[in-house]
Design a binder for this molecule. Structure first.
Ligand SMILES: NC(=O)c1ccc[n+]([C@@H]2O[C@H](COP(=O)([O-])OP(=O)(O)OC[C@H]3O[C@@H](n4cnc5c(N)ncnc54)[C@H](OP(=O)(O)O)[C@@H]3O)[C@@H](O)[C@H]2O)c1
Length: 200
């Protein structure tokens, strides 16, 4: 299988790339490094990516930013970060990938536990993650040619505890390798419209 991995250099993406590269041809895509580059906030950049890569079997996304702040402190600009990057970035990657995906190919997006378990300062992440979970449910019903779409929704990663542990009190982290297995289940399996939750 030819698998395009957006965010391949990241904490989630490097574990997914390592696992899938054992049995497949992976094209590692990043913002500043990789086999190819994209800015997922920019639809023109996304279109240029797929024109460069050509036909492939699976799109895997392990990138997308959100801003963290209190509900009453979040600025318009901070709301736009999550909407333009993690939400519309993944939706636009999905839309642009469809013509390039081979029949019965798949798309795997990333959401996160905050859609189900809010934390302080996480209102944008909860909103965006919930939207991704609902997007895959609806998009799965309309995808042509046997294409499938799922989301992986992890809790905090062990590898990210330095950055996030203070924001996730009482959450049990999971290793990135376990999250990578959920991606593998989505890419190699038969399910569609699903949210694969990876909890500690
Ligand atoms: N880490 C966690 O604990 C955790 C838990 C649940 C959900 N998530 C979600 O998982 C996703 C990835 O998180 P992470 O911790 O793995 O992030 P990360 O380590 O910061 O990696 C981010 C990746 O995204 C790429 N990227 C950055 N800006 C981009 C842009 N504008 N367009 C395209 N690609 C871009 C980076 O590429 P370059 O290196 O080339 O710049 C890098 O490969 C996020 O949506 C996050 O919310 C993470």
């Amino acid at each position: 299988m030819n698998i395009v991995i957006v965010g391949a250099s990241g904490t989630v993406g490097s574990a997914v790339s390592e696992l899938l590269a054992k049995d497949h041809q992976v094209i590692r895509v990043g913002h500043s490094r990789g086999d190819a580059r994209v800015d997922m906030r920019d639809p023109a950049s996304i279109k240029a990516l797929f024109a460069q890569v050509g036909p492939f079997d699976a799109l895997v996304v392990a990138s997308g930013s959100v801003a963290f702040n209190g509900l009453t402190e979040m600025t318009d600009e901070q709301w736009q970060v999550g909407i333009q990057s993690k939400l519309m970035g993944q939706i636009n990657l999905t839309r642009a990938a469809i013509p390039y995906l081979n029949d019965k190919g798949s798309i795997t997006l990333i959401s996160g536990i905050l859609s189900e378990e809010p934390i302080n300062w996480g209102v944008s992440a909860s909103t965006v993650n919930g939207a991704i979970d609902h997007f895959v449910k609806a998009a799965a019903c309309e995808l042509p040619r046997g294409l499938r779409i799922n989301a992986v929704s992890p809790t905090m990663l062990e590898e990210s505890m330095d950055k996030y542990a203070d924001f996730f009190p009482g959450f049990v982290p999971v290793p990135a390798a376990k999250v990578a297995q959920a991606y593998k289940r989505s890419v190699m399996g038969i399910q569609t419209g699903q949210v694969f939750r990876v909890n500690g």
